[in-house]
Write a protein that binds this ligand. Structure first.
Ligand code: HPA
Length: 283
């Protein structure tokens, strides 16, 4: 896997800024598997399809729209990535980490990362929404590997408070106001694209993982290294390694996220609206 190419990221950032007129979003969101419809009721100001952004290219996974938007949350602008590029589908880190890099370059204060995941902890059942409290990187790689470039932050970034405690608390407050049940847990990232074996899931449980998925951790690491506040949400779409019954399929994963769409929409909208005003308050 090729290390991050800063020059490619800078070039794509400059081209997008010229096209979008250098907007000033205060928040950003990466909408992963099944989360794309969370912005269906938003005011979208500008849209650029991924296939018109050379570093991103076309999103190849079902359930990922593949478009960048500037949206108005009502209390500020949000840079929205509707669909993500996964490590397992790329030949370089650049498409995976570009959203975090662009968000930072545009002065964004906080990034919300969302995904679909398999529940490992007994109470995490299909349809549940989970706040990511912390992560375990079991991908076997790290996007910051390679020669150090100061444009990506320190050589050894501290991840102790990567998923910012006040944003996690704000997710709880927002969900409670909307009467949306919300769970918390540790998200473990694997490289994919195969789902886990039962033995792997037992091993991950013993390591302290509550849910498992194939994404999010690389973007969160880069965002944290760049100094962004990070919040994370998983939609639990299945019991990990199909311990709930039927064999796993991506179509089933997407179908479960559909049943959670009204909760995803309400929570993401209210949270990013509130986070935008928090960011504005600090200015
Ligand atoms: N494992 C890995 N990734 C996933 C899963 C899973 O069980 N469910 C949704 N994405």
């Amino acid at each position: 896997m090729k290390p991050i190419d800063i020059d490619t990221l800078l070039k794509n950032t400059a081209e997008l800024c010229e096209r979008l007129g250098t907007p000033s979003p205060s928040t950003a969101a990466i909408l992963g598997s099944g989360w794309g419809t969370a912005i269906d009721d938003w005011t979208i100001l500008q849209t650029v399809p991924y296939d018109e952004i050379p570093v991103l290219g076309a999103a190849a996974v079902k359930g990922h729209v593949g478009a960048l938007h500037i949206a108005d949350t009502g209390s500020g602008l949000c840079l929205v990535f509707q669909g993500r590029r996964h490590w397992y589908g790329c030949t370089s880190w650049d498409p995976v980490v570009f959203p975090a890099f662009l968000a930072h370059a545009l002065g964004v204060d906080m990034l919300l990362v969302t995904n679909a995941g398999g529940g490992i902890r007994a109470d995490l059942q299909p349809g549940d929404l989970m706040v990511i409290d912390d992560h375990i990187n079991a991908m076997g790689v790290n996007p910051l590997q390679g020669p150090h470039r100061q444009e990506l932050g320190p050589r050894f970034p501290d991840l102790t408070r990567l998923y910012t405690p006040e944003l996690r608390a704000q997710l709880d407050t927002t969900a409670a106001e909307l009467s949306i049940p919300l769970k918390h847990g540790v998200y473990l990232a694997v490289s994919g694209p195969s789902y886990e074996t039962p033995a792997e899931v037992r091993a991950y449980a013993s390591l302290g993982a509550d849910a498992v998925g194939m994404s999010t951790v690389p973007e969160a690491i880069v965002a944290g290294a760049l100094g962004l506040k990070v919040a994370g949400l998983s939609c639990i779409t299945n019991r990990a390694a199909a311990t709930g019954g039927e064999a796993l399929s991506h179509d089933d994963v997407i179908a479960v996220t559909r049943s959670a769409t009204p909760r995803m929409q309400a929570l993401v909208h209210a949270f990013l609206g509130g986070a935008g005003s928090l960011a504005a308050d600090r200015e």
